[in-house]
Design a protein around this ligand. Structure first.
Ligand code: HEC
Ligand code: HEC
Ligand code: HEC
Ligand code: HEC
Ligand code: HEC
Ligand code: HEC
Ligand code: HEC
Ligand code: HEC
Ligand code: HEC
Ligand code: HEC
Ligand code: HEC
Length: 406
């Protein structure tokens, strides 16, 4: 290869001689190029080298040379070293002199005032930094969760800052599983949802994890679902600033996302829909579908979203809604083969207290209640009269006996 290049550049010099010149040039200039490194490494390559405080200050020259910064001289970062022996106290390295963009983004983020070096807390050993697409990098997609997890999987740290310890939850989630077990680079890692340098608290309206921004954040990968969601009642409510409506994480959580076909997810209709629609949950609980579901163990039955859909949820008044009267035969028919218009008269939310919604049930319940009250009242009066009568008989008997004895 080198021979071919030389041959094209200087066709008159024999290739072997040319190679010899190149080798000679390298031998002459290499020490000058490497001197800065070797000067420092002459001392710092000693693996057991310690500073006055007992902290190991050795540098692995080979790893450093292979790292992204291997092209730099030690002094490019350790700028205050001008002569030997150098002073004991050396100023901290400013990564910002070369990476102003990342440094500016970190300022004002939640990690701005990290106790350790603000950059190496995520990028790892300062002398072993690799490009982000290199599997050896601490910020390679498959390594990001572990990197963030050093702190966010630490219960002590979480408690101190009033944060949830999210790393263990994430590892067991569908995204964590896809990333760590399947090595799926496109699965969401911490950085996909939070960003890298400009991470903000979810209470900040600028944050990717602020409630109103979550559908777009998840939608950057789950685009079709985001479109469905935004066309539904919940998405429209959020867009209109009604924050009582759910976003993706209200139903799926942020870090403990389950596969929705799993029994553990399907059994959660209470937290998923019922925590907000309490009235509909309690009426659903009175029906066949729910009672089957609570028999213990897992029973396949109709959950809220089997009838309502999960993302494009629409009110019954919308003709596209699966619960619009004209669509019920199809909706119920998914599970009830041969469902017809009389079958779908069965009311999944029969509410006997609601006269407007369920007039027949309302009057039946009213009648049954009146009947019950009437019967009870009759028996209470009956019992009281009975007792009075019994006492009266007793007194009369006693006085009759008294008269007899006297
Ligand atoms: C003659 C040996 C020698 C050479 C050459 C040398 N150092 Fe040092 N260096 C030391 C010693 C000894 C210490 C420990 C000082 C102390 O704390 O007692 C030290 C400490 C340091 C520290 C501070 C470590 C700490 O305590 O946090 C840095 C950074 C450092 N050297 C970088 C360099 C760089 C960069 C070069 C090359 C430009 C270099 N050194 C060349 C001997 C050397
Ligand atoms: C990309 C910038 C960069 C380069 C290049 C670099 N260093 Fe460092 N070095 C750092 C940072 C960051 C630290 C952590 C302490 C600090 O913040 O200053 C550090 C710390 C050190 C320490 C203290 C021991 C330790 O591990 O904490 C020594 C010694 C040292 N460097 C020597 C070297 C030597 C020798 C070279 C060249 C072979 C070199 N450095 C090249 C950034 C760099
Ligand atoms: C909270 C963790 C964290 C901190 C702190 C951090 N980084 Fe990063 N950095 C990352 C992640 C994650 C990536 C990968 C981003 C990606 O894949 O797009 C990254 C990528 C980079 C890149 C590659 C280019 C880019 O922006 O994607 C550079 C350069 C960089 N960081 C420098 C720095 C510097 C300099 C600092 C300190 C001022 C710093 N980082 C602090 C997490 C961090
Ligand atoms: C003297 C300038 C200089 C300093 C100081 C410096 N870097 Fe770099 N850094 C570079 C250069 C040059 C590259 C290679 C740029 C490229 O390939 O685009 C680089 C690349 C990187 C990358 C890989 C970018 C990628 O594409 O994934 C990271 C991460 C990084 N630096 C982090 C740091 C951190 C952290 C510090 C402080 C400890 C630091 N740098 C200090 C010059 C510097
Ligand atoms: C699929 C998107 C997504 C992924 C992946 C993700 N997060 Fe989050 N994270 C969020 C959202 C959204 C919030 C906002 C609060 C909420 O909904 O729970 C959040 C909140 C947080 C919080 C604040 C928790 C609290 O108690 O207030 C921390 C810390 C955090 N995430 C760290 C991480 C770390 C570390 C990882 C990787 C191990 C990660 N996140 C992965 C979306 C994600
Ligand atoms: C060196 C430890 C450390 C590392 C590594 C780290 N963090 Fe943090 N992080 C913290 C601390 C400490 C806080 C709390 C800061 C505060 O109280 O304002 C925090 C706060 C957060 C928050 C804000 C929580 C909220 O809503 O208030 C998020 C989100 C977050 N980190 C995500 C990440 C992600 C993503 C990574 C990896 C790319 C990461 N962190 C790496 C220490 C760390
Ligand atoms: C970086 C892209 C990305 C982002 C951002 C993302 N996801 Fe995912 N998600 C994926 C991939 C890829 C899978 C498929 C994993 C698999 O099947 O193994 C997945 C799987 C899922 C699943 C399981 C789907 C199934 O059929 O089993 C759910 C639920 C989910 N994500 C919800 C969310 C939510 C909620 C958010 C936002 C808080 C989010 N995702 C953000 C890429 C992403
Ligand atoms: C009101 C609760 C709710 C909201 C809000 C919600 N989901 Fe879902 N999601 C569900 C339910 C329930 C399922 C299960 C559907 C099924 O099994 O038929 C599901 C299923 C999924 C799946 C698996 C694939 C599929 O279509 O079955 C993914 C991925 C997903 N959701 C992502 C998201 C994203 C991204 C958002 C935000 C844009 C979001 N979800 C908003 C409840 C919700
Ligand atoms: C975080 C609370 C919350 C959760 C969880 C939730 N919803 Fe809603 N839902 C709302 C709010 C608020 C509205 C009203 C939106 C509006 O004002 O238009 C709504 C509207 C609806 C509507 C339209 C009816 C109407 O009156 O406009 C249906 C149907 C519905 N939700 C079903 C569901 C189902 C099914 C689930 C579970 C898959 C669910 N919801 C989960 C809060 C929630
Ligand atoms: C077997 C199918 C089915 C199941 C399961 C079901 N629903 Fe319904 N839901 C309907 C039908 C049909 C209607 C419209 C008639 C009515 O209001 O009773 C409705 C109405 C509603 C409405 C009012 C919609 C409007 O436009 O006014 C909400 C909100 C609702 N359901 C929430 C839920 C929740 C929450 C669950 C789970 C706890 C659930 N549903 C379970 C079929 C179902
Ligand atoms: C996801 C599947 C599913 C959907 C959708 C569904 N059901 Fe059911 N339903 C069941 C299961 C399972 C049972 C109990 C097993 C059985 O008896 O067939 C049941 C039982 C019933 C029963 C008890 C009597 C019977 O026939 O067994 C009625 C009535 C009923 N459903 C009505 C409805 C109506 C009305 C709808 C539409 C609004 C509907 N269901 C939608 C799964 C579903």
């Amino acid at each position: 290869m080198a021979e071919a290049v030389i041959k094209t550049l200087c066709p008159r010099i024999p290739a072997r001689t040319a190679l010899l010149f190149v080798a000679l040039a390298v031998l002459i200039f290499a020490p000058a190029i490497l001197r800065a490194q070797t000067d420092c490494l002459a001392c710092h390559s000693d693996q057991d080298m310690k500073n006055a405080a007992g902290h190991n200050i050795s540098v692995d020259g080979q790893t450093f040379a292979a790292s992204i910064h291997g092209v730099l001289k030690c002094g490019d970062c350790h700028t205050d070293i001008k002569e030997y022996p150098h002073p004991d106290k050396i100023a901290p390295v400013q990564c910002s002199t070369c990476h102003a963009d990342q440094a500016a983004k970190l300022v004002g983020s939640v990690h701005a005032d990290g106790k350790d070096h603000p950059c190496t807390s995520c990028h790892g050993d300062a002398h072993a930094i690799f490009p982000k697409n290199d599997p050896k990098s601490a910020v390679y997609p498959l390594n990001v969760p572990r990197t963030c997890g050093q702190c966010h999987g630490n219960d002590g740290m979480a408690k101190k800052h009033g944060l949830a310890s999210v790393y263990p939850m994430y590892v067991d989630s569908i995204h964590g599983f896809a990333l760590s077990k399947e090595g799926l680079l496109v699965a969401a890692n911490c950085q996909s949802c939070h960003g890298s340098h400009h991470i903000l608290s979810h209470t900040d309206p600028q944050s990717a994890t602020y409630k109103a921004n979550i559908p777009k954040t998840c939608g950057s990968c789950h685009a079709k679902i985001d479109m469905d969601y935004e066309g539904g009642a919940h998405g429209k409510a959020i867009a209109a600033g009604k924050f009582k409506a759910p976003v993706c994480t209200d139903c799926h959580t942020a870090h403990a996302i389950l596969q929705p076909t799993e029994a553990a997810f399907r059994m959660q209709s209470t937290p998923i829909c019922g925590s907000c629609h309490k009235d509909k949950l309690s009426t659903y609980r009175d029906t066949f579908h729910s009672q089957l579901g609570s028999l213990g163990g897992y029973v396949e039955t109709a959950r809220c979203w089997d009838c309502h859909g999960a993302h494009e949820i629409l009110p019954a008044s919308d003709p596209r809604s699966p619960i619009a009267p004209q669509n019920l035969v199809a909706t119920c028919g998914r599970c009830h083969k041969g469902a017809n218009s009389s079958f779908v008269k069965y009311q999944p939310h029969a509410n006997a207290r609601d006269r407007k919604l369920n007039p027949a049930l309302y009057f039946v319940r009213l009648f049954m209640n009146l009947l019950l009250a009437g019967t009870l009242t009759f028996f209470v009066i009956h019992t009281i009269l009975w007792l009075v009568r019994a006492r009266y008989d007793q007194i009369r008997k006693k006085s009759a006996e008294g008269e007899k004895n006297a």
